[in-house]
Design a protein around this ligand. Structure first.
Ligand code: ATP
Length: 212
């Protein structure tokens, strides 16, 4: 499902090289020290960074040079996930249709996902009137509704309290199972994922080490 073959990338003196093979529907945690290259790895897969050499294959197609919106990928960034001039409802709706011309079924889908994420009462608010955790859940909702086969989540729970983190994690895992998605999730708290994911990848100084 995800194949990175000798993908290299350089930020100043830091040289990164990634070889990665992820099977369809696999759920993987990505861990590593700050600055190790975790976000860069996700950005390369999503197309927000371009590799210097190597190939990126997603869902059986060569996406090494394709635009982010053409890739079978939905990505949650560490920050700046929401459009400030749009309400929570509209921000979520963008996951379904960028022009927000939503039909009744799609509107019901937004309500249902918002309810599962505890966001129903916040849907009319703009991001400035939401807490960090609420904003993060709006961004998660939009990602889930995009319904792309590969889900990339960069520290999706950093603004949430421990109880909510576990609730959101279970919801995401359930969603991935139901929709048969492949998941890469960057976390600084891998202990939370024990028993819920298939494998853990360690990123160390721009390279991948498979933990198990
Ligand atoms: N736009 C950029 N310009 C220059 N250097 C960058 C840029 N983005 C990242 N880097 C550098 O690349 C390296 C890897 O960064 P990256 O964000 O991938 O790390 P990370 O493992 O996700 O870290 P964290 O856990 O702190 O989010 C770091 O040394 C960082 O300083």
């Amino acid at each position: 499902m995800i194949n990175l073959d000798q993908v290299s990338f350089q930020y100043k003196e830091m040289r990164m090289q990634f070889n990665l093979h992820v099977r369809p529907q696999e759920k993987m945690a990505i861990v590593g020290a700050s600055g190790a290259g975790k976000s860069t790895l996700l950005n390369l897969i999503a197309g927000f960074e371009q590799p210097e050499t190597g190939e990126i294959w997603l869902n059986g197609e060569n996406h090494t040079h394709s635009e982010p919106h053409l890739r079978p990928v939905s990505m949650l960034f560490q920050e700046n996930n929401l459009f400030p001039h749009l309400t929570a409802y509209q921000n979520i709706g963008l996951g379904i249709k960028p022009n927000l011309k939503l039909n009744d079924k799609e509107k019901a889908c937004i309500q249902q996902t918002a309810s599962a994420l505890g966001l129903t009462e916040f849907l009319t608010r703009k991001p400035t009137a939401l807490s960090g955790g609420q904003k993060q859940r709006v961004a998660i909702a939009r990602c889930l509704l995009r319904n792309k086969p590969i889900l990339l989540l960069d520290e999706p729970f950093s603004a949430l309290n421990p109880e909510l983190r576990l609730e959101m994690l279970d919801l995401i895992i359930q969603h991935c199972n139901e929709e048969k998605l492949t998941l890469l999730l960057v976390t600084h708290q891998p202990s939370e994922l024990v028993g819920k994911i298939d494998r853990t990848l360690v990123v160390e100084n721009g390279h991948l080490i498979y933990e198990k």
